[in-house]
Design a protein around this ligand. Structure first.
Ligand code: SOE
Length: 396
């Protein structure tokens, strides 16, 4: 970190990012805007971005505002102007890059899910714990915690407004794999993605459920399915289809139930086969004193039912989460001037920068990411055992 050169300019935090596809673009936006929207103790500087293809990574650097481009992530980690490494690659590279960055003395932000396996996530968490003793921090990118309405839901639950929780109902529905002609990208290959809808979407809702409940899941029971088992290989570099096909080696959908230690029951559904649903992350949580409901497709709103009110006039009411005392909103627009998906990445960057400046553990930590990974592994194990009981006719 550089020294302050005047009272007005905070010291800088050099960021290096590996990967520049969808998540790379989203994280770039977060790093670009966080220091302009919030008064941060450190000013993020987009120092360098890494990717294997020289011209593509240079184009990404220009488009997203990175000062330099590297074609080897090891060179990015070695740069003196990089103090934080942001890992936005497919899951199979998370562990190697994150551990190397931590061992090189950098802070790390890693996209979700933390890893492809529990063993990788354990190694990453151990590396993060060692790095912590040297003052470096590591965070996993579960960005939906940073939707203001979700952060406000957490506040209501923590303040006891729902009382003891009984039900947590989560779905995350997309439809980009409904078409059997959709190509076989890395997200459909176990060696790259670890799992399918489960790791990609299920990881988000498991993290949110545990975050909102304030405790980890104690057990799960699951079913999963790969509805389309073979797909055309992604087109070659010239864009032309090769005609070849390959096996889908991950789940298209996972449905599971869970139990929290304090007694609440949870249900989860993660699928990329829900025709008509684009990015529908929804939840409803019912407690003895009230309920909340949220839908990412209406992300500025939170529904709240206060069950302590007289029954005749109570019911779900819509809270427009755009007031300046709602989470993160102090820095944005006047009430009613809505936020969107991309703001979650600005909030994520802000929270990590503040944690680094104050030396406090960021959340979700790698240990939180490992906990989610353990739940995903338990879901896969339960689904593989396929303990489905056939309804039996009562004896006559
Ligand atoms: C793709 O399915 C995806 O981009 C996920 O990888 C993200 O984590 C989710 O936020 C949106 O959908």
């Amino acid at each position: 970190m550089e020294q302050r050169d005047s009272e007005a300019a905070p010291p800088t935090l050099g960021v290096g990012m590996v990967g520049y596809a969808f998540m790379g673009a989203a994280h770039s936006q977060g790093w670009r805007t966080a220091g302009r929207v919030f008064d941060l103790p450190l000013r993020p500087v987009l120092a360098a971005i890494a990717g294997r293809d020289r011209s593509a990574v240079r184009a990404a650097a220009d488009r997203h505002g990175w000062a330099a481009a590297e074609t080897d992530w090891r060179d990015l980690i070695a740069r003196d102007d990089v103090q934080l490494v942001d890992v936005c690659t497919p899951g199979d590279l998370h562990a190697e890059i994150a551990i190397a960055a931590l061992e090189a003395g950098k802070h790390v932000l890693c996209e979700k899910p933390l890893a492809n396996t529990v063993a990788e996530a354990e190694a990453m968490t151990a590396a993060a714990e060692r790095a912590r003793t040297r003052g470096q921090l590591a965070m996993v990118g579960f960005n939906y915690r940073r939707v203001p309405a979700v952060a406000y839901a957490r506040r209501l639950i923590a303040a006891g407004r729902l009382g003891t929780l009984r039900h947590l109902r989560f779905t995350y529905l997309q439809d980009w794999l409904v078409d059997p002609a959709a190509p076989l990208t890395w997200r459909l290959q176990r060696e790259h993605a670890g799992s399918g809808a489960l790791g990609d979407l299920g990881a988000h809702i498991v993290d949110l459920a545990q975050h909102l409940a304030g405790e980890p899941l104690a057990g799960v029971s699951a079913l999963s399915e790969t509805f389309v088992r073979e797909r055309p290989l992604a087109a070659g570099p010239d864009g032309a289809s090769t005609g070849a096909r390959g096996a889908v080696t991950v789940d298209d959908a996972a449905v599971f139930t869970g139990r929290f230690t304090a007694g609440a029951l949870a249900s989860f559904e993660a699928t990329r086969m829900a025709s008509g649903r684009k990015n529908a992350l929804r939840f409803e949580i019912n407690g003895e004193l009230g309920s909340i409901a949220f839908d990412l497709e209406r992300l500025n709103e939170l529904s709240f039912h206060d069950h302590t009110e007289p029954a005749a006039s109570s019911g779900f009411r819509r809270i427009l989460v755009t007031e300046s005392d709602h989470p993160y909103l102090e820095a944005w627009w006047p009430p009613g001037h809505a936020l969107g998906y991309e703001h979650t990445f600005t909030h994520q960057a802000r929270d990590l920068v503040e944690a680094i400046a104050s030396g406090t553990e960021p959340a979700p930590s790698f240990a939180d990411g490992l906990q989610v990974q353990r739940v995903l592994a338990a879901v896969e194990r339960s689904a593989a055992e396929n303990a489905v009981y056939t309804p039996v006719q009562p004896p006559v």
